[in-house]
Design a protein around this ligand. Structure first.
Ligand code: ADP
Ligand code: MG
Length: 334
C-alpha cells in the first residue's frame, strides 16, 4: 500500500508548483492575510509557506496527513459542490508520501505553537529514536509548512527536472496569480537565502495595482475593468483586461473559478476570438477573469495538474461574458 500511495501521490503532484498551489489554497482557506513563500532549487530542495491564518488544533495534528482528512466538508454542506474545489483532503497526505513534511502551527486559543513531522501519511520523529508526538515550540499564530526533498523517494521523477529556474518560474506564475486574485492578502515569494523578494504585494493594494506590479512587462497600458452576470445561469464575473489597442506578445489569462486558479480551453478560445475583432493584426490580451458560478453547476476535472473546468450553460455564459467585454472595449477611446 505504501508503494501505491507513493505512486498516487506522484501522479497528483508532478512538479513542485503543484504542491505549492495546494499549500497556497490551504493558507488562503485558513483566512490568512499574509503569505510568505520561500523556495530552494526550484522547490525541489525546499518549499516553505508561512501564513498568519487560524492555525491547526493540536488534536488534529496526528491525522493531518491521512488521506481524506479535511476540515472543509462542513463548509460545503451541499455535497455536489465538493467537485468545485477539486480533490479533498489529499494534498498534505500526498506530499507526505513523496517529501519530508513538517508543520509548525499555532491557533489563537493555544499558548504555544506545535511542530510535527510527517512521512508516509503519518507522524514521524524529527530524528530516529525520538517520539513522533508534536512538540511545543515558540511561534506566532498561523501555520508554517515546510516541504523538503520533494520526490526524494521517486528517483525517476526527481531526475526528470533539468532546470531549477524553470520550476521557480512556474512557482512565481502561480504565486503571482493568487497575489492578483486574493484581496486583502499580502504575498511574498523569494529564493531561500536571498534577502530580496521576487514577488511582494501589500494587503491593502488594489487589484489593478497588483496586476501592474506583477505583470508590469505585459501590462504597460490602460487596464479596463469589466463585470458580467446572469442570474438565469447562476454566475457573476469580474475582471480587468488590457485596452484593445494594446498588444502583448501572447495571451495572458488569469482565470479563477470559485476562487481557484483553473484552466478552461473554451474560455481561452472565446477570449482570443473576442479580441481578434479588436486586434486584427494579431495582438493578444492580458486578462484577469474571476468567475463565480453556483457550485452545483460546476464540474472540475480534479486532476490538479490540469484543473480543466466545465460548467452548465458554458456556451451561453462564455458568450455573455465575451459580449460584455466586447461592449466595454468598444466604448474605450482608442
Ligand atoms: P483540504 O484542503 O482538501 O481540506 P489538505 O490535505 O489540503 O485538504 O489539508 C488538510 C487539512 O489540513 C485542511 O482541511 C485544514 O484543516 C488543514 N490545513 C492545511 N493547511 C492549513 C493551513 N495553512 N492553515 C490551517 N489549516 C490547514
Ligand atoms: Mg487543500
Amino acid at each position: 500500500p505504501d508503494v501505491v500511495n507513493k505512486i498516487a501521490a506522484g501522479e497528483i503532484i508532478v512538479a513542485p508548483v503543484h504542491a505549492l498551489k495546494e499549500l497556497i489554497e490551504n493558507s488562503v482557506d485558513a483566512g490568512s492575510t499574509s503569505l510568505e513563500v520561500v523556495v530552494k532549487e526550484g522547490g525541489l530542495k525546499l518549499l516553505q509557506i508561512t501564513d498568519n491564518g487560524h492555525g491547526i488544533d493540536k488534536g488534529d495534528l496526528p491525522i493531518l496527513c491521512e488521506r481524506f482528512t479535511t476540515s472543509k466538508l462542513k463548509a460545503f454542506e451541499d455535497l455536489t459542490s465538493i467537485g468545485t474545489y477539486g480533490f479533498r483532503g489529499e494534498a498534505l497526505a500526498s506530499i507526505s508520501h513523496i517529501a519530508h513534511l513538517s508543520v509548525t502551527t499555532k491557533t489563537k486559543d493555544s499558548n504555544v505553537a506545535f511542530k510535527a513531522h510527517y512521512g508516509g501519511g503519518k507522524l514521524v520523529p524529527a530524528k530516529p529514536g525520538q517520539s513522533a508526538d508534536p512538540k511545543p515550540t515558540a511561534g506566532r499564530q498561523g501555520t508554517q509548512i515546510t516541504v523538503e526533498d520533494l520526490f526524494y523517494n521517486v528517483p525517476t521523477r526527481r531526475r526528470a527536472f533539468r532546470s531549477a529556474s524553470e520550476e521557480y518560474n512556474k512557482i512565481l506564475d502561480v504565486v503571482g496569480r493568487y497575489a492578483v486574485h486574493c484581496d486583502g492578502v499580502a504575498f511574498s515569494c523569494k529564493k531561500s537565502g536571498e534577502s530580496s523578494t521576487t514577488i511582494a504585494t501589500q494587503s491593502k493594494s488594489s487589484t489593478v495595482d497588483r496586476i501592474r506590479q506583477i505583470y508590469s512587462s505585459a501590462v504597460a497600458n490602460e487596464l479596463i475593468e469589466f463585470t458580467s452576470s446572469d442570474d438565469k445561469y447562476g454566475y457573476r464575473a469580474r475582471g480587468w483586461t488590457t485596452n484593445a489597442n494594446y498588444h502583448v506578445r501572447k495571451t495572458t489569462l488569469l482565470l479563477f473559478i470559485n476562487h481557484r486558479s483553473v484552466d478552461s480551453t473554451n474560455i481561452r478560445k472565446a477570449i482570443e476570438q473576442t479580441y481578434s475583432t479588436f486586434l486584427p493584426k494579431g495582438g493578444h490580451p492580458f486578462i484577469y477573469l474571476s468567475l463565480e458560478i453556483e457550485p452545483s453547476r460546476v464540474d472540475v476535472n480534479v486532476h490538479p495538474t490540469k484543473r480543466e473546468v466545465n460548467f452548465l450553460n458554458e456556451d451561453e455564459i462564455i458568450e455573455k461574458i465575451c459580449g460584455d467585454i466586447r461592449t466595454k472595449l468598444a466604448n474605450v477611446d482608442t
